[in-house]
Design a protein around this ligand. Structure first.
Ligand SMILES: CC1=C(CCC(=O)O)c2cc3nc(cc4[nH]c(cc5[nH]c(cc1n2)c(C)c5CCC(=O)O)c(CCC(=O)O)c4C)C(CCC(=O)O)=C3C
Ligand SMILES: [Fe+2]
Length: 372
């Protein structure tokens, strides 16, 4: 008997949609991309010109799209290996393939029930709700052509055991490769994207205290540092620092900046920094420029050894974790009892966001995959 679509291991879904930030792939795409990213934002023109030079250092091409092509292929292989025939589609917020075009094409092919995987692990407006707004804007633009689409999303996965495991694995490999490591003069710096303080203050379901963005990073970082100690016997003092601040200098953003902190640590006698960008899922521009170029240069200047830990990328532990999350979401959609996998006993984010969580502080906009 032929296999019916309802018997697919990922039923009721017809496709998985990888949803990401996007990036330029040629010099002439850099400024249009940056204008798209910052439209309606309080970002000074000088900052845009400065960020454009980051892209031009790399030939005008961000690594992010190639990384997503590789992740897409790895997800397809893993999904097929677990007995599902659903394809993986890809859409971006800020560059081709734009998510609106992806949804239009999906609809035309009869792929109506989609499970979204966002390339951001943490709860915040930028990392979660803004992607949900992108989906709402895309379906709105398609109008009647999107009327029969069902779009669900996996939950924020910073505390998923697989995400913790891949970051631990990469940290262990990096630390074991550092010659003559002296833990007493080494600091482990977990790094993430800075955001305005107001964005962190309001991150989370709204009925809590906010600050879920920072809280999740602290929890993930603590587990990863513990994992290092358990696996290698090396305990490193660790802390959370931030990169890639933009916005107006008058607006407070999360600190300390990774560069400032490396300078301070050097003055305190630290000789080696291990820089682990747990806030990102691939080695995109914020990593290869803001950390591997700029923070490395700072470390060189103050004579501190710099070791950077790879991000999750396409490591099998990460790919398996994302596919586990899609299976979990599919079971939830089939009304089965689901016990979400979680690396600690703390707050587990739902796949359907609470009304008003991680709010857009500039304008109220419709968002999918939530109760508002
Ligand atoms: C939390 C967060 C993530 C992680 C979650 C996620 O992954 O979504 C993230 C990822 C990324 N951010 C990226 C690039 C940029 N972010 C900018 C600006 C901003 N980011 C913000 C936050 C975040 N950003 C914020 C609050 C702004 C201010 C303007 C605004 O409120 O929107 C700007 C404008 C110029 C500038 O830097 O000022 C650029 C170019 C790229 C692409 C890299 C590549 O090309 O390889 C990626 C993956
Ligand atoms: Fe950003």
């Amino acid at each position: 008997m032929p296999i019916q679509s309802d018997e697919d291991a990922l039923a009721p879904y017809d496709a998985v949609l990888l949803l990401s930030f996007g990036g330029p792939e040629a010099p002439e795409e850099v400024m249009p991309f940056l204008r798209r990213v910052t439209a309606g934002r309080d970002i000074p023109e000088e900052r845009l010109e400065e960020v454009a030079t980051h892209y031009h250092h790399f030939g005008g091409r961000s690594p992010i799209n190639d990384q997503n092509r590789a992740l897409l292929a790895a997800l397809e292989t893993e999904i097929a290996g677990r007995g599902s025939a659903v394809p993986v589609l890809w859409g971006n917020r800020n560059s081709d393939p734009f998510v609106t075009d992806t949804l239009r094409a999906a609809r035309a092919e009869g792929l109506l029930r989609l499970c979204v995987v966002v390339t951001s692990a943490y709860s915040s407006y930028s990392g979660c709700r803004q992607y949900r707004e992108d989906l709402a804007a895309a379906t709105d633009e398609l109008g009647i052509a999107a009327a029969d689409l069902v779009i669900d999303k996996i939950r924020p996965y910073a505390l998923h055991p697989g995400f913790v495991a891949v970051n631990t694995e990469h940290l262990v490999e990096t630390v074991e490769a550092i010659p003559d490591l002296d833990p007493a003069t080494t600091r482990l710096l977990f790094v993430t994207h800075s955001v305005p303080n107001a964005m962190d203050d309001t991150s989370g379901p709204g009925d809590g205290d906010g600050n879920l963005y920072v809280e999740q990073h602290l929890r993930t970082g603590r587990l990863v540092a513990q994992g290092l100690a358990e696996r290698t016997g090396t305990s490193l003092e660790h802390e959370l620092v931030f990169c890639s601040r933009s916005g107006s200098p008058r607006t407070p953003w999360l600190e300390p900046d990774v560069n400032d902190r490396i300078e301070e640590l050097a003055a305190e006698g630290v000789r080696t920094v291990v820089v682990a960008p747990i806030g990102f899922v691939s080695d995109h521009m914020e990593v290869v420029n803001d950390l591997d170029r700029e923070a490395k240069e700072t470390a060189d200047r103050v004579d501190v050894r710099f070791a950077r830990v790879p991000t999750a990328g396409t490591h099998p532990l990460f790919v398996e974790a994302l596919v586990d999350l899609v299976h979990e979401r599919a079971a939830e959609a089939r009304d089965e009892l689901v016990v979400p996998a979680q690396a600690d006993g703390g707050d587990v984010r739902p796949s359907i966001c609470a009304g008003g969580c991680c709010p857009n502080l500039r304008a109220a906009k419709p968002a999918l995959c939530g109760r508002d």
